[in-house]
Ligand binder design. Sequence first.
Ligand code: ADP
Ligand code: ZN
Ligand code: ZN
Length: 820
Amino acid sequence: MLVQVILPLPLQGAFTYSVPDDVRDIVGIGSRVLVQFGRKKYYTAIVSGIDQTIPQNYDVKEIMAVLDPHPALRYPQLKFWNWIAEYYLCSVGEVMKAALPTGLKIESESVVTLNPEFDDAEGIRLTERQAEIIAALQHSGKDSLSGLEKAIGVKNIAPHVNALLASGVVRVDEKVVEKYRPKTVTKVRLLCNRDDADRLHEFFDKTSRSRQQQGVLLAYLDLSKFMMRGGDVRDVERDELLKVSGASAAVLKAVVDKGILEIYKDKINRFAAVESDCVKNVVLTPVQAKAAKEIRDSFREHSITLLHGVTGSGKTEIYCDLIDEVLSQGNQVLYLVPEISLTTQLTDRLKKVFGSRLIIYHSKFSDSERVDIWNRLLSTNEPMVVLGVRSSVFLPFARLGLVVVDEEHEASYKQYDPAPRYNARDAATVLAAMHGAKTLFGSATPSVETYWKAENGKFGLVTLAERYEGARLPEVEIVDMREMRKQKSVKGILSTPLRKATREALDSGWQAIMFQNRRGFAPVVVCHTCGWSPKCGNCDVSLVYHKGSRLLRCHYCGYTQTLPDLCPACGENTLEKYGYGTERIAEEIQEDFPDKKVSRMDLDTTRNKMAYQELIEEFATHRTDILVGTQMVSKGLDFEKVKIVGVLNADTLMNFPDFRSTERAFNMLEQVAGRAGRRREPGKVLVQTTKAEERVLQHVRNHDYASYYKEVLEERRKYAYPPFTKIINVYVRNKDAAVCDAAAVMLAVELRNVFGGRVLGPERPFVSRVNTWYIQQIMLKVESGASMKKVKALLRRIYESLAPVAQIKSSQIHYDVDPV
Ligand code: ADP
Ligand code: ZN
Ligand code: ZN
């Protein structure tokens, strides 16, 4: 039997292998198999086809092992992978790499470690090879698969490692993971049926000569409620049994050896920690109920519907109502949220509604947690709702009935690097369609593309124009910083109006959020004497100064160095730090409000999951008064007591040189404004800017989405940008600047031959060197309505015709379809 497989590599096409007869029966489409590729490397591959055609150009090898008894994918996942590869112009292998958790992708360079909870005293039967692997790991701590092969002196150990992985003895990661969470618990059970009184008597006889052993047996019977009629036998944990009986491990072992008790490992059900009692039923307000009904009606005609609901209108409640219905029909739901809004606020709320039917899929989960979730979905057809970030579109759903994409306008749904450069929002609609499910987009500030489609009848449109319980949208005041400066009403970062409003609100028991746009505010270091400023050696960007760690860091490649005392260029002691990082802002605001508690939330203070939750928790329970932060504080958060929102400088939001600048500014300001006054007490937003006349600020002041949209749409029409065109960016990367330029020009010439004036560039992107790679960018703008399939086929053809040319061959070429 011959099969075609997908390898997790950026190579086009499928690869053929033969299947040994003894495993034929368990190999099917979607099976994970281990194959050799290249001279020494092996990879986990996914079977994508079964076909007897023998390839002409290479010898067919046998697969090395079949990794599971059942396929690891469900229909229509492969079809979905193929769609992503086609649409986003990458290989299926790259999609596979993104889609499967590392633990399901063993390959020669995977790192193997012993599972810390594995205890060899507890008798898992090992083969000789497995014992060797364990011994080697006990010696080295960790090793790659290829390293282990060398250490033990045998080839082909992956199947053995896989078996160890399956029984929980080892872990396999892309790199070593520091944090460890136990996954199994050791339990004890009686080797006797409940109604088998004879056997139980026998057990008592067998232990009659040891009081301690009999104590263990009695303790077990008691703990497990074995003797109680009615009700189930309770699971008993080993530790619990030892504690209650007071026996030692050796005594327990004796009882086990006599064939009375058995020790086994049980998966801790991470999902069971969620209490299954659903305490809260969703009760929609009449306005919300009307919107929910309109959505249901809209789904009859449209597979995609947009819920345009102002901030605080209760979109989440409406989602819950719809999800509830889909679950009760026995179907599953995918509920996508941007990374940033996956807070405990949201998860707690949903746990209350959906209990154990809720699965959370966070990007900060460890790989073993992802494997758990994958396997859980693979093993159940039960109705479930997965609340997850971008990559949860790849999970093995049995039958989706609904996909919800919250905050559909969020740029973070798009993956930039590496391939597949997909937009999870758009991909999710395709996935939904493959399942015959509907998709609901939700946003207070829909993206221009989405709103345009809704306006033109391609999507359904439902509007929710009022906040829950009639809370008012906050009043927005534009603070003209030029005026303020003239009047000497600026001290440090705060203008007098913002300082005064904040003081008043705090003194009457309210809270405030101060928002600082991440872009353009990183503190940089400049020499006063000669103008020298530290740059990253790998990228063409300035290093950013981090006060806490006193390090200069590159935000593109992660390079760090210490801040020199003297200027390395002129030797003077005149290095100065410029710009306002959130750190400095928080300090300054703290000085302004010495009697209040200021906390800061940005990438630095929230590197781990807990820190983020804690900051939110502190603020939610009013242990802190002012929350200073970047983009993170702008979205999704729901605090009752926030009365003031300060936007410290709106300028950088508005003058970013690309066609989405206005859209981003409006969305950001409207979202951050939406954090204020979410209950009865009206809130106020103060926006500090030197460009008070900008029209987008007027629209924010009036919360006027319609006028903003109309204006942006006109701009887009005029300059031929989406939704009137579709954009594909072509990137050329090379470590040699001249070769990079040459390759980009060649490619652009060929593209122009085919696409004419639709090709712009090449030009250097804003950041033109990252991680020692030089970059050139070519933009292809195609009228909406043209066949993108054809365009993409042409792109592939052009690339293939140029591929043999040296400059192209040595470059990396990739595409960004629908950039955001
Ligand atoms: P949005 O997502 O539209 O910004 P939310 O769904 O977060 O709005 O709702 C805002 C607040 O109003 C939340 O605290 C939510 O619990 C509350 N809320 C909205 N609708 C209801 C409802 N029908 N019953 C009870 N509370 C509601
Ligand atoms: Zn200098
Ligand atoms: Zn760098």
